[in-house]
Design a protein around this ligand. Structure first.
Ligand SMILES: Nc1ncnc2c1ncn2[C@@H]1O[C@H](COP(=O)(O)OP(=O)(O)OP(=O)(O)O)[C@@H](O)[C@H]1O
Ligand SMILES: [Mg+2]
Length: 255
């Protein structure tokens, strides 16, 4: 058996009396796109915060490429190759859009030795172009619409050249047309190799979404959380037909 790419075992996180993540264990491979779904408050964002080092679990283990990441700073975790976008976008609003992405490019992982500002700028533009907002690169981030803010989030994350990219509701607040565009971008990114110098190999992904129809077209596996507990883990088909998932999340109408 080869070593798992991401391996999570017995993870717990309480907030006061509330158990947000309850004995979560799963592992994923380097080539996977994994959907993470479940009702509001199920613990999805909390789980991502544990993986990215923003929060520390009460117990359990998280290993990325065989290395324990619990206790590492978020910055160090990014340098190992995990990047995420945030459900609530918080760019540097007064900085130009391109400067927001250049900050990500300055992470040592993305900034190889001898790389000067011009190349960082070019790399940031690549990421913006991939995300579809390169024509606005000099505008302030505060001018962006909801949909374009999502795109900026994606650009900032991919500029660190992640091997695992975690997207927290990438379709949130987007129109159907914008959602389609974003879904196509995500699929292209996962395939890899086509965006300037970025990503010769596409990253593995974990995607949190409530828009299940669109999500199901992208992912090859779905994990369902409910009250912090994994209640289903399988192919999209298996999961949407699972009795417990229908009862606790989907309802009789399905997706
Ligand atoms: N920092 C915090 N302090 C206290 N409680 C928190 C904190 N963060 C999250 N919670 C609680 O933990 C539970 C899980 O929240 P979380 O944000 O992880 O859910 P989610 O699955 O991402 O939901 P949504 O689909 O609405 O984004 C919720 O009950 C939430 O109120
Ligand atoms: Mg959330």
């Amino acid at each position: 058996m080869g070593q798992a790419f991401l391996e999570i075992d017995g993870l717990f996180k309480d907030f006061g009396g509330l158990r947000a993540v309850d004995n979560v264990s799963f592992s994923m491979n380097r080539d996977q796109i994994l959907g993470l779904i479940g009702p509001n408050g199920a613990g999805k964002t909390t789980l991502v915060r544990l993986i990215t080092g923003i929060l520390r679990p009460d117990s359990g283990s998280i290993r990325f490429k065989g290395k324990n990441v619990i206790g590492l700073k978020t910055w160090d975790i990014i340098n190992l190759g995990i990047a995420c976008t945030f459900q609530n976008m918080r760019p540097f609003r007064r900085l130009p859009i391109i400067a927001n992405v250049m900050v990500s490019c300055l992470c040592p992982r993305a900034m190889k030795r001898g790389e000067w500002v011009k190349r960082v700028e070019a790399k940031a533009l690549d990421a913006l172009e991939f995300a579809g907002i390169s024509d606005m690169s000099l505008e302030k981030a505060s001018t962006l619409s909801q949909g374009d803010l999502k795109r900026l989030e994606v650009a900032r994350a991919i500029a660190t050249e992640p091997e695992l990219l975690i997207l927290d509701e990438p379709f949130g607040g987007l129109s159907p047309a914008e959602t389609d565009l974003m879904a196509k971008s995500i699929k292209r990114l996962h395939k890899g190799g086509r965006f300037g110098r970025l990503h010769s190999e596409g990253p593995a992904m974990i995607i949190i979404e409530h828009k299940l129809q669109q999500l199901m077209k992208i992912v090859d596996r779905i994990i369902v959380l409910n009250y912090g507990i994994i209640i289903a883990d399988g192919t999209p088909e298996e999961v949407v037909n699972d009795k417990e998932v229908v009862e606790s999340y989907l309802g009789e109408g399905g997706i």
